[in-house]
Design a protein around this ligand. Structure first.
Ligand code: ZN
Length: 106
């Protein structure tokens, strides 16, 4: 029954072809962190990363953003990534001119 409802919802989405408006679609980008804007030891205001094409992406970190374990994004952890050049994968949404990171994993 549950599965059937899901299938119907999916069909409705496909029919409308616009369940997620482009403005709030979630996008993913991966690359090493180049800059970190930390507010203290643990909290992160934002950061930049460079993707495989050499583009720099600058993100604001949403307060509800989580890492791959579902914990709040941690500044010292991201600092480690930056120091090691270890890439992170960011899921973000565009809000006006701002890219808001929702999930930062690796
Ligand atoms: Zn990590």
């Amino acid at each position: 029954m549950r599965r059937r409802i899901w299938a119907l919802t999916l069909a409705a989405c496909l029919a409308l072809a616009a369940c997620a408006p482009a403005a709030s679609a979630t996008t993913t980008v991966t690359g090493p962190i180049t800059e970190l804007d930390a507010a203290g030891l643990t909290s992160v205001r934002g950061f930049s990363l460079r993707d495989g094409q050499g583009n720099t992406w600058t993100f604001t970190v949403s307060e509800s953003a989580t890492d791959e374990d579902g914990r709040p994004v941690n500044a010292s952890h991201l600092r480690e990534h930056m120091a090691l050049g270890d890439p992170v994968t960011v899921q973000f949404q565009r809000e006006g001119d701002t890219l808001v990171a929702r999930r930062v994993g690796h």
